[in-house]
Design a protein. Structure first.
Length: 250
């Protein structure tokens, strides 16, 4: 019996290349995609190209040759993966989410996040990618990387961020940021495929979110990756890949 293809979606500032520490450990066939505003593709000036609907349509188009596939998403990519799975459940055989959430339900928190992302998008456009690469690396969410990843690994991540198009990142924040998209927590019970919610044990915020989401998803399993932060696939790639493989094999 042939292996079901696995489709992998990266996080904000990432790309298909950024997911190699994970994709290189998964059984073939694997298809890693670039989301709108990321990777080497052209950058559009049309805001409609950076909505969640556009991101979902892009995944659907890129996988048109696949009847069914397992879907893996990290952080922002996990948010997109959830929307793909809800819109096209007949196509998604299994779903694995790494450090992801279903959106922000609280309206005040959402408004605050939208304002913060808009302000950050403006700064990316005005101050450029060098400023942003340093700013983003200093986020508390990635603090564990500064002690657990080698200097070479950190330099590679920085180089990947420097290769991003600042306009593309700004558009992505405004269109598919955590506050910009409609929260779908109330729809998690509609997910009919096996789901694995993966979080680094040291990423306390998203570890708690994984547990909350799992309570609402009928066929959900939570997998905590010991000694890892938000980007578990970078800090503990073997353990994260094992969790994904177990999911896609279910």
């Amino acid at each position: 019996m042939s292996q079901t293809p696995t489709v992998v979606l990266h996080g904000f500032t990432g790309s298909a290349i950024a997911m190699v520490p994970l994709t290189a450990r998964l059984p073939e066939p694997v298809l890693a995609l670039d989301l709108p505003g990321h990777g080497s593709g052209p950058i559009s000036d049309d805001p409609a190209d950076y909505t969640m609907a556009a991101a979902v349509a892009g995944v659907v188009s890129a996988t048109a040759h696949l009847e069914r596939f397992s879907l893996v998403g990290y952080s922002m990519g996990g948010r997109v993966a959830l929307h793909v799975a809800l819109a096209h459940p007949e196509r998604v055989a299994t779903l694995a989410l790494i450090g992801a959430r279903a959106g922000i339900d609280d309206s005040a928190e959402r408004a605050e996040r939208i304002a913060a992302d808009e302000a950050l998008a403006d700064r990316i456009e005005s101050e450029g990618i060098d400023w942003f690469a340093d700013y983003w690396a200093d986020q508390p969410l990635f603090a564990t990387q500064r002690t657990r990843l080698s200097a070479d690994q950190q330099a590679e991540i920085r180089a990947q961020r420097l290769a991003c198009n600042p306009q593309g990142l700004a558009h992505s924040l405004r269109g598919v940021g955590a506050g910009a998209v409609d929260p779908i927590g109330r729809r998690l019970s509609e997910l009919s495929m096996p789901c694995t919610l993966i979080a680094g044990s040291d990423d306390t915020k998203f570890a708690a979110i994984a547990q909350q989401m799992a309570a609402a998803i009928p066929q959900a399993t939570v997998c905590m990756i010991p000694g890892a932060g938000h980007a578990a696939h970078l800090e503990a790639p073997d353990a994260t890949a094992d969790a994904v493989i177990q999911c896609v094999s279910s």
